[in-house]
Design a protein around this ligand. Structure first.
Ligand code: SF4
Ligand code: MSK
Length: 645
């Protein structure tokens, strides 16, 4: 255990020690034991038909083909494209479910859900060209829900949200033939084109990957984010806490995990009901503690201040504390090991989505028409399970404090106030050089990398160099543990210019914006920067970048691709997944810049990741003519060691 590691990061390692003592296998151990397939790692393994799997191993430059004759370039491009398709499908299907519940709510069929944010409802009605005069909120929502749902099956596009991109970007997509059609259609076509004997040209495959990704970022994901905001409220800054120490020794602990807030919202509500609190007390508990993992955690953290137990890599550890009565999961990023680990403790592991069953789990499907009933039922199971705890260990360390909930609307409001909501102060501070640029640091957390500080080291360098950081997903968790999501972080970590802006406005230098689908909030923030003026007329002009220092999911590739297609530099903290094909690698990391203005970079080392981003922001500032000298903070060895958490 490194001495430089923060006490809060050590908490996970302490629970890992418990796992070891109790002979519980975890992803941390498995990741160390697993040797990745060197052929798959380079993107050169194809199993798109049963003449294979074909492993296109060989020396660099060696001509090697699959049984059908597929080249390394084709195989590599197809594998990348399939990852885009799968990742997009996950977000889009999440969006469809939200839209279905939204529409049924508007029709009055779901008493447990309501149309909450009428301001956003009106804004969306405007985007969809819905006449609102003389209509009540449910009528408007009904028309909106119908239009949104129809977009999934559109044969011709584009989905309406695409109109929120800067004009110049929309025009470029039209010229390139990248404007998406129906949301589902793009994924289906990409899956079709990657089957054996279909599309084999890397550039052509990347083109459809981009169109599909745009349909996700500016379609599916944006729909999920916006409709969830209307149903559950647009996030506003609120205090929260993070890490395994948020589990409460004396209360019933119920952990929600996954991505879709439809059930978690009900569980949070149910846990506040006096009868259920009384029931918990009758079982010897002091109350009910709801906590979250992964993006369901982000959803309920941003809207209710529900504490976050951990990110992707802490999900098994939460159960290993022995203090979780129920883990209720919805969709995505759920480790199949969870039911097995639950059996070693008293934890009841419950799957709740019609789309997810995991062998060993209890299945209690959420039917939206009786959502609250299911939520209550799950809380009751947790309460009744409280007396069955065994081998409980919750580290004594205090949880990390954080502020989360920086939606686009909040940033707009905080910068300009109620009557003059505006990005003007942010644009001005970018132009005058107090803020060098804006970088989204998003993505997953990786088991086995606990405590290595990849994400935190990068974020510290960014903010020290006056770069404002926006976060979504699991990447926010390690930053919370390093106290970067609180306003005091500006004084402690940020460069003078960024600190001055943060102190004036009262925000942290790292703004937590939400879940994976909420990367669409970052797109909207970028479009707002363009619309505000003075920073060019397209996303590709902005001094911005995206980065996923740790990533593992196909959804991350899908998100990266929509940012690249939108004109941004996207840096992933790994080796290139297409490195086996120099042609595809060059296409993504160099040539794409000529096509969309955005490009990929793959760089495992956080110092070099920072350098790539920094150089990019400086180049964009130069192109805008705002390249005022900035004093760069050069990190010597001692400073780097300090960064290791
Ligand atoms: Fe092999 Fe071609 Fe089949 Fe892929 S599609 S498994 S390269 S034969
Ligand atoms: S949950 S996709 S591990 S961010 Fe959105 Fe976290 Fe990555 Fe899943």
């Amino acid at each position: 255990m490194s001495e430089k590691m923060s006490a809060k990061t050590k908490i996970a390692l302490q629970v890992l020690e418990k796992a070891k003592e109790e002979h519980i296998q975890t992803a941390h151990g498995r990741s160390q034991a697993m040797k990745p397939c060197p052929i798959g790692e380079q993107g050169l393994c194809c199993k798109h038909c049963y003449m294979g799997p074909c492993r296109l191993a060989g020396k660099p430059g060696e001509e090697k083909r699959g049984v059908c004759g597929a080249t390394k370039d084709t195989v590599s491009a197809r594998n990348f494209a399939r990852a885009v398709a799968a990742g997009c499908a996950a977000h889009m299907d999440h969006a469809r479910e939200t839209a279905e519940v939204f529409l049924a709510t508007a029709k009055g069929e779901l008493p447990d859900y309501q149309i909450k944010d009428e301001v956003k409802l009106q804004m969306l009605a405007d985007i969809y060209g819905i006449e609102t005069a003389g209509k009540d909120k449910n009528q408007i929502a009904r028309e909106l829900g119908e239009r949104v749902l129809a977009e999934f099956g559109l044969q011709d596009g584009p989905p309406r949200m695409v109109n929120r991109a800067p004009q110049k970007r929309q025009k470029l997509w039209q010229e390139l033939g990248m404007t998406p059609r129906g949301i589902d259609r793009e994924v289906v076509e990409l899956m079709h084109r990657t089957t054996i004997g279909t599309d084999q040209d890397p550039e052509h495959l990347m083109h459809q990957s981009s169109r599909t990704a745009i349909a996700n970022g500016w379609g599916g994901s944006m729909i999920a984010t916006e409709l969830q905001d209307v149903l559950f409220g647009t996030p506003k800054p609120r205090q929260g806490q993070a890490n395994l120490a948020v589990l409460d020794k004396n209360k019933v602990n119920l952990v929600v995990h996954g991505h879709d807030p439809l059930l978690a919202e009900m569980v949070v509500k149910a846990a506040r009901e006096p009868e259920l609190i009384a029931r918990a007390k009758s079982k010897g508990a002091e109350g009910i503690n709801i906590a979250g993992i992964c993006c369901t955690a982000n959803e309920v953290l941003l809207r209710h201040g529900v504490p976050m137990v951990g990110s992707f890599s802490q999900q098994e550890l939460a159960i290993i504390t022995g203090a979780v009565e129920v883990m209720a999961v919805d969709v995505q990023c759920l480790m199949p090991s969870l039911p097995t680990i639950s059996e070693c403790y008293h934890t009841k592991f419950i799957t709740t989505s019609s789309k997810v069953k995991i062998p060993g789990g209890i299945h209690m499907e959420l039917h939206p028409e009786k959502a609250m009933e299911t939520g209550r039922e799950i809380v009751k199971i947790a309460i009744d399970n409280f007396p069955n705890r065994k081998r409980v260990y919750i580290p004594d360390e205090a949880p990390a404090d954080l502020i989360a909930g920086f939606s686009h609307e909040t940033i707009n409001y905080m910068l300009g106030g109620t009557f003059r909501s505006s990005y003007r102060p942010l644009n001005d501070n970018i132009i005058n050089g107090r803020i060098l640029g804006v970088v989204g640091v998003v993505g997953c957390s990786l088991p086995g990398k606990e405590g290595q500080g990849v994400t935190t080291s990068l974020v510290k360098q960014l903010i020290a160099n006056n770069i404002l950081v926006l976060q979504t997903g699991c990447a926010a968790y390690p930053c919370a543990n390093e106290d970067m999501l609180i306003p005091e972080a500006a004084i402690r970590y940020a460069g003078d210019g960024l600190a001055e802006v943060c102190e004036t406005v009262g925000i942290p230098p790292v703004l937590h914006m939400g879940s994976c689908v909420d990367n669409s909030r970052i797109l909207i923030a970028c479009a707002a920067l363009v619309a505000e003026g003075g920073l060019g007329d397209d996303l590709s002009d902005l001094p911005v970048a995206g980065c996923a220092p740790e990533w593992m999911s196909e959804k991350a590739i899908a998100i990266g691709q929509y940012f690249v297609a939108s004109g941004a530099l996207v840096v992933f903290g790994s080796k290139s997944p297409v490195i086996g094909s120099p042609c595809v690698n060059k296409l993504l990391t160099e040539d794409y810049e000529q096509i969309t203005g955005g490009k990929w970079a793959f760089e495992p080392d956080p110092d070099r990741m920072f350098q790539v981003i920094y150089d990019h922001l400086i180049a964009k500032r130069k192109a805008l003519g705002i390249e005022k000298e900035q004093e760069r903070v050069l990190y010597d060895m001692a400073m780097r060691r300090e960064l290791v958490v």
